[in-house]
Structures are given as C-alpha cells and as structure tokens.
Design a protein around this ligand. Sequence first.
Ligand code: PLP
Length: 457
Amino acid sequence: MSQKQPAVVGQRVEDWGLENRQGLLIIDGVSCLDLVREFGTPLHVVHERRLQSNIRRFRAAFSGYEPGVQIFYSYKSNGIPGVLKLLHQRGEEEGEEGLGAEVISPYELWLAMRMGVDPRRIVYNGLDKPPDSLRLALGAGVRINADSLIELKRLEAVAKELGVGCEIGIRVCPQVGWNSQFGLGLANGQAEQAIDYISRSSYLTCTGLMCHVTTRATEAKPHIRACLELVRFAAKVCRRYGLKIKTLDLGGGFGVPTVKGLSYWESLCYRLLNHPPKPPKAGECQPIESLAEQILSALGRECERLKIDPPILCLEPGRIITSDAQLLLLTVAGVKPGDKRCLFAITDGGRFTTNYPLDHEYHAAFVANRLNDPPGQEYFVVGRLCSPGDWVFRSIRLPWLQAGDILAIMDSGAYFTQFSTNFSFPRAAVVAVRDGVARVLRQRETYEYMIGMDIWS
Ligand SMILES: Cc1ncc(COP(=O)(O)O)c(C=O)c1O
C-alpha cells in the first residue's frame, strides 16, 4: 500500500534519524532524560552517526567528477573542536579521507593547524587577513583566497619578505547571490584588475577562483549560475593572461530540508504579531544528489564549450554537514500566564544559546519526554534574562508543558554555538552520542572560567 507523503518535513523525530521510544526521545540508544540527568541543560547533543552519514552522503553526491572534488568544512558553522575532530577523522577508518578545513580568521587558522589538519587541506578565506596570519599560512602551505586588491598587496609583501613565490586564489563576486563586502566583482572589472596585478607580480600566481553566493540553498540554480560565471572568467584569464585556473571553489550554502529561512514577511509577522512561521514543505529542498549532479554537469559542459581543462572543484559546506546532527536540550522551569492569553514557557536557554538561528530560521522543537502527547497550546518560550528580547520561540504549538519537561530544539549543529554568548549564564555543554554511549565534547563553562581573563586587582 503506498503511503501518503507528509505535506511538511520535520514533524517526527525519525526525520533526524532519532527514535521515539514510547514518547521519549532516544539518540543512538541514549535517552535524552539520562543525558539531562548526567550533564544538565542547556545541552547540545551531537549525533555522531548522523554526522558520519552526512559526510558520506555529501561526498558521494559529488563523486565521479574528474579531476576531483575537495571538501573543506566551514569552521564558522560549528567550531566545537570535538565536532571538528570527528569531521576531520570520520571515515578514515573506512579508508575515506576526512574533511579539510575552511577558515576565516587567524583563530580558526590556528585551530585547524592545532587540530593537525594538513595545511594543504586548509583554505583560508576572509576579507581582512592580518599579515601575521598570512605569514603563518604562506609558510605552512595553506591555500589562501585573497579578498581584495589591498589584500593582494599585503600577501605580495609577505611573500616577498619570506622570499617565496606562492600560488593563491582570489575570491570573486559573481552577479548572483551575496555581493556585499566580499570578494572582487566580476562584472565591475575588479577581478580582472586583480588578475592583471597578479600577472605582473614576481611573487604571486593565481591558480584558483573562489566564491560563496548563498546559504540554505534549496535548489542548484545559484551555485550553477555562479559556477558558470567563474568558468567563463577562468577561460578569459587563460586567454588574456595565460593563467591556468586549477581550482574552482564554490563555497558552501547547501540547505537542509528541516530548516527554512524566514521570508521578510514571515519574519515581520513573527516579530510583530507572534504569528508562528510555517514549517518547510516536503520536497522544497532539492536532495544534494540531484543538486550535485546538476552542478557537475553544468560545470563539465561549460568547460567543454570553452575548451578549458575542468578544474578541481572545491566546496566549503557547513550547515549541510552538521545542522541536523546536533540538537539543543533545554529544561522547562515552569509556565507563566502573560497578557492576551499568552502563556510563557520559561526555559534555561534563551537568546544567549539560540540568538542568530532562531531569529532568521524555522527550527522544529519537540517536548523530548512527551513525544506522543497531542499538541496542546501555543507557547511564548523564553529564557531567564531580564530582557523582553530573551525569547526562544515567539509562538510555538507544543503539548501541555509542566516544570521539568525537556524541550529539544532541532538542527542546532550550524550557527548555534558559534553565535552563543555567556550573557549572565555559562555557555552550554556539548556531548556526543554514539552506540549508546555519551561523551563530553565541551564542558559547561564554570563561573571561574567566565572571569578567567579578567583583571580587577
Ligand atoms: C566563505 C564561506 N564558505 C562557506 C560557508 C558555509 O556556508 P553554509 O553553512 O551555508 O554551508 C560560509 C558561510 O557563511 C562562507 O561565508
């Protein structure tokens, strides 16, 4: 008997590869209540198997392309060292390579090197890379994408000082997608100016073009359009300057089906009127397999048409690797009536644990110890700060809540911990779960840690 497709995704915890055991959320054999008892809340839980299958799936989607695809995980999406270690190592035991690192700051560069990532598998992006970090990167053989003419000059000065010639990439800004402060414009001639500058440099050679055009992409179109612009520019650079572009980096930006970016109107209605945003529809997010297939065939066809050798394709995924492999558990302290029939659910999370993603995105949430209870009530879920801005969900329909219930906010694996702060409360702990065993990746901050850098005597 054919089963009817659900109209929306993310209504069941099984959509995240989790288990509903008689109403209790189980993560790879571990009960969320046991996790809460042992580690407290707020608590991020990393689902290792999901992480591993996300890497495999992404890699498989882009496999088969010659001369090859290189994948660099974007550290800014989830910079928890324990998670990064899993990404760099996972798969190695099956003979697969772990992911490389995409970094955008001297700290992230340091972290990737500290994690033992081969410098040739690190890409250093960012629009203002300090000279010290360029020195470190150049000396170690890290791939650098220059963001502006200013940076090219800085890079050239460092290469001259070190007495080394270096192959670099430039970040270009196609006409599609993000075109704010990043990169060198293709349409306005900035990218060509940069190439012209490099072609006259004794120290620099440009062998790569990089761009990053979007986030939460649900279809292949933006990546394909950017890819075609980059290939055409590579062909032009080859014709005019004899430069061979060996790598083409399309950045990250691949979406996941369970997270939806809020439209402007949805955002406004949510903020002003507390209208809950709608969950993503089933089929709204193109599977990575068909998305990759379309990008790769567009790339291959354009290279053939322009008679250039296909470049190595580099990708810098963040969200698609880690988002749905992590969730955030919060404890409900109690329920308090407000004005206009509004019911506040007070939790031990809040803006400091969820700020950026829940401002811009739809995320599903479950009452992890009452998965089988019917939806009961719309709640305004808040944190414990003395600020009306300390909301988690401005309106969400949940089963009837009581003190001690556990709220699971899904897809906390991208941009949650990165944007979190320790505003009046210590930052959340992070544990990883695999085969029925949990281990700590990040301890909850202590008060001493919170003042560890302060001087008052
Ligand atoms: C240069 C660059 N690469 C990769 C990423 C990762 O993006 P995502 O998490 O959407 O895949 C970002 C995110 O902003 C980025 O700026």
